[in-house]
Design a protein around this ligand. Structure first.
Ligand code: SAM
Length: 303
């Protein structure tokens, strides 16, 4: 492993569009314990074998190279990150890296209740939990598994432990869960959660179609009609593409990630590292670079 005392060269990852890439999303596994309609095709899907996925040592090495190029923020995702053995240990090793200003986790929450305290003790405070329905049967329909109660218990546990912010990500789909938009919005009145509506993106071989899309303006209209004006909340510099709002008096927020109706490509600051070590600049493009290229871009490593 390289020595961890790298000097950060802030903002040196600047692409042709003059975007400063300082945020690395790392998928630590392609495996998942859910089969969401919009994410997983029907039937068996090929899985990477154990020796195809990056080891934790390799991931950490890439993170250290990234830091030298200006990466300041890391998110651990998947697949479902918590299904991979040792994921929490990786989180602990990442939070020990002083150059990283922000380390967060995206999970479907199925394994959260059992692991929330260990994740917190590993130093993670920011957590995103995917939840596309507040109804048990519908949740099972969307995800393929009757896990709503477990996920909700995980969210409550994370809240009790003190994670903040807790972001709840809901992919809005017409005819599938759009009748719950206001209920999701209402959660922000009851809890300090950040509810984020994600526009469904027609990527991969999902079992949903573009007819299922429901765009942000319509979601906003439905929420403000039912719950009151959406008051804008200012985004911080590293906040990413969500446009944030609050209903007067609410402890929580409502945000919108609008890849379709409000392109945020010009502000994108992300790189993605896939479980098998590919670096992708854009979710919507098949283009990738092997992550080894990352290390070629900086002076030779000390090991
Ligand atoms: N298993 C973790 C989870 O469920 O949060 C992390 C991986 S999951 C692929 C990351 C996020 O991508 C989830 O919030 C999911 O809802 C979202 N997502 C997946 N496919 C999508 C699509 N076609 N359109 C919009 N969001 C999508």
């Amino acid at each position: 492993m390289p020595n961890a005392t790298h000097q950060a060269i802030d903002d040196s990852l600047v692409d042709r569009e003059q975007r400063h890439l300082n945020y690395l999303r790392i998928s630590i596994t392609d495996r998942c314990n859910l089969r969401c309609l919009y994410c997983v095709p029907d039937g068996r899907i090929p899985r990477l074998s154990h020796d195809q996925i990056l080891s934790y040592e390799e991931i950490l090495r890439i993170v250290h190279v990234g830091i030298r190029l200006g990466i300041q923020k890391v998110r651990i995702t998947g697949g479902e990150p918590l299904v991979r053995n040792g994921a929490i240990d990786l989180l602990r090793r990442l939070t020990a890296i002083p150059e990283l200003k922000d380390i967060s986790l995206t999970t479907n929450g199925v394994l959260l209740e059992a692991n929330a305290q260990r994740i917190f003790d590993a130093g993670i405070r920011r957590i995103n939990i995917s939840l596309d329905s507040l109804k048990r049967e519908r949740y099972a329909h969307i995800t393929g598994y009757d896990m709503f109660d477990r996920v909700w218990a995980g969210i409550q546990r994370a809240h009790a432990i003190g994670f903040s912010p807790i972001k709840i990500n809901a992919v809005a789909m017409r005819g599938i869960n759009d009748d719950e938009i206001v209920d999701f919005g209402r959660l922000s009145l009851a809890y300090p959660f950040h509810i984020r509506f994600i526009e469904y993106m027609p990527i991969g071989n999902s079992r949903t179609s573009s007819q299922d899309q429901i765009l942000t303006p319509e979601i906003q209209e439905r929420i403000s009609t039912a719950l009151g004006e959406l008051i804008p909340v200012e985004n911080g510099r590293n906040d990413g593409p969500a446009r944030r709002f609050r209903i007067a008096g609410a402890p929580g927020e409502i945000g919108f990630i609008s890849a379709l109706s409000h392109h945020f490509c010009s502000q994108c600051n992300r790189l993605r590292l896939t479980a098998d070590g590919k670096l992708r600049a854009c979710l919507l493009s098949d283009h990738y670079e092997p992550s080894g290229k990352f290390s070629e871009a900086v002076a030779p490593m000390s090991s």
